[in-house]
Design a binder for this molecule. Structure first.
Ligand code: ADP
Length: 489
């Protein structure tokens, strides 16, 4: 698969700085694994502060010319990048499954989703309008214009190796910014293939750079990005703890920031819900990528009167999932990304059972499939004090909590420091209006478990983050509003 990717995209397995495939100055490397088998796939350069500064310098130099190109010209490059992603979707999907484990059908879906941001922001580039504001005095004209913020540091996680990068780099480049990207140590291969296709599409040298680092060395790159005065924007997707650290670091030079951090998504099934629709929504939002997305439902609140009926339907659907290597035909549940991921899932289930929850299906690791597999699981009798409710499980565990009133469901759903995605299932239109208003979340899915699309604003409230990605809002995160007062006319 790596050879196929090299041939199809021209990628080389190294950092990408100023249009050159680059080794680490120290010569150090770090390994990338297949999480399903723990087979070592390749060793990549382990870069640090020095290479990061070189990438920032390249991006700063490239910014001088890239920002003066027309929006139309930048759109042409992004459209071509989109076309190349779609033309190479098969090899990109296989590469992604290999490094992050998600089933191939999901990886194909992510390539299309990732590519969609390139097309969307190619279109948005042409619509970054300023305004003419009626003046308060004669002889004056007041105007605003939007300008790119400058060099952007983009730090991304492993659960969407392609789309988390395009969701940031597409609006950055569309706006006229340049970028230094630090992909997750677990999934750098998709990032490098993306950069190779970008170069083919006409992204000039220095406009899009990639710095690689092992997990233990990420903070060297992060600190270099957040403290360098030339970097004017940090966009991060990942854990809340690291996000807070980057926010604090970026404060020293008052950089603009976008943060997409952890979620603890509630999903509420009201008695009026269409239960088949609810099960479909839970399957989509809970079990995608084996539960390893920040919008995956973490707590499923079910009105007591429909609990037994829902459990029966849900556990049948979960028990029917096919576990295995993501590249194998028909597999719908891949591995967790790491031993730590598996341990967290096992700890949450064991804690729930110890405090009175019941395993309806699953509830154990599956070493027969590989070192990081856990059985898709349904738990009933979960309580708000359990780890499955307090922390983001990030695994294939559907924990069901019973409730008896709408006010109780909303209160418990909101009882978290997170505020990313939420979901509700109901056929009562007044209830839908009340509850969507009351949920303290940046996103609410009603009667559907899949909410992400490039055309809608993605982002969180409370400790789940700052800013929005995608949609019309997405490009504004990479632009400054400049006010111009033209007097004496
Ligand atoms: P996850 O649980 O998804 O791995 P992390 O927040 O640890 O979440 O990782 C998200 C991204 O942030 C990855 O690219 C990771 O390498 C990077 N990262 C982790 N720690 C730091 C840090 N101290 N500074 C900058 N980047 C970091």
């Amino acid at each position: 698969i790596l050879r196929d990717a090299e041939q199809a995209t021209g990628v080389q397995w190294a950092g990408y700085i100023n249009g050159q495939w680059t080794a680490a100055t120290s010569g150090a490397t770090f390994p990338v694994y297949d999480p399903a088998s723990r087979e070592r796939l390749i060793d990549l350069p382990a870069m640090g502060a020095e290479e990061t500064r070189a990438a920032i310098d390249a991006a700063q130099t490239a910014f001088a010319t890239w920002q003066t190109t027309t929006a139309r010209d930048r759109a042409t490059v992004l459209h071509e990048w989109h076309r190349l992603l779609m033309a190479n979707a098969d090899v990109l999907a296989r590469l992604m499954t290999l490094e992050c484990g998600k089933p191939l059908a999901e990886a194909r879906g992510e390539v299309a989703y990732g590519a969609s941001f390139l097309r969307w922001f190619a279109e948005e580039a042409s619509r970054t309008y300023g305004r003419v504001i009626p003046a308060t005095m004669p002889g004056r004209r007041l105007m605003t214009q939007l300008q790119p913020v400058g060099v952007c540091g983009l730090i991304t996680p492993w659960n969407f190796p392609n789309a988390m990068i395009t969701r940031k780099v597409a609006p950055a480049l569309a706006a006229g910014c340049t970028a230094v990207i630090k992909p997750a140590a677990e999934t750098p291969l998709s990032a490098l293939a993306l950069a190779a296709l970008g170069a083919q599409a006409g992204v000039p040298a220095g406009v899009c750079n990639i710095v690689l680092a092992p997990a233990a060395g990420a903070h060297h790159v992060g600190t270099a990005l957040t403290t360098h005065p030339s970097v004017r924007k940090i966009s991060f997707t990942g854990s809340t703890a690291v996000g807070k650290q980057l926010l604090a670091q970026a404060a020293q030079t008052v950089k603009r920031v976008s943060m997409e951090l952890g979620g603890n998504a509630p999903l509420i099934v009201f008695a009026s819900a269409d239960l088949d629709q609810a099960v479909k929504g839970i399957m989509a939002s809970k079990f995608r990528n084996s539960g390893q997305t920040c919008v995956c439902v973490n707590r499923i609140y079910v009105e007591a009167s429909v609990l037994d009926a829902l459990v029966a339907k849900l556990s049948a659907a979960v028990a029917a999932m096919r576990v295995g290597h993501g590249l194998a035909e028909g597999v719908t549940a891949g591995p967790l990304i790491s031993a730590a991921g598996l341990e967290k899932v096992a700890r949450h289930v064991d804690d729930a059972v110890a405090h009175g929850a019941t395993v309806v299906t699953g509830g154990r690791p599956l070493p027969e499939h590989g070192p990081h597999f856990y059985a898709p699981t349904v738990l009933t009798g979960a309580a708000d004090t359990m780890a499955v409710a307090r922390e983001e499980t990030f695994g294939p565990v559907a924990a069901l909590f019973a409730f008896t009133s709408e006010a109780e469901a909303v209160r418990r759903a909101n009882d978290t420091t997170c505020g990313l995605a939420s979901y509700l299932f109901s056929q009562d239109v007044s209830q839908i209006a009340r509850v969507t208003r009351a949920l303290a979340y940046g996103m609410v899915g009603v009667n559907d478990g899949l909410i992400s699309t490039e055309v809608a604003p993605f982002g969180g409230m409370k400790e789940s983050g700052l800013g929005r990605e995608g949609a019309a809002e997405g490009i504004l995160e990479y632009m400054e509003t400049k006010y111009i007062m033209l007097g004496g006319i």
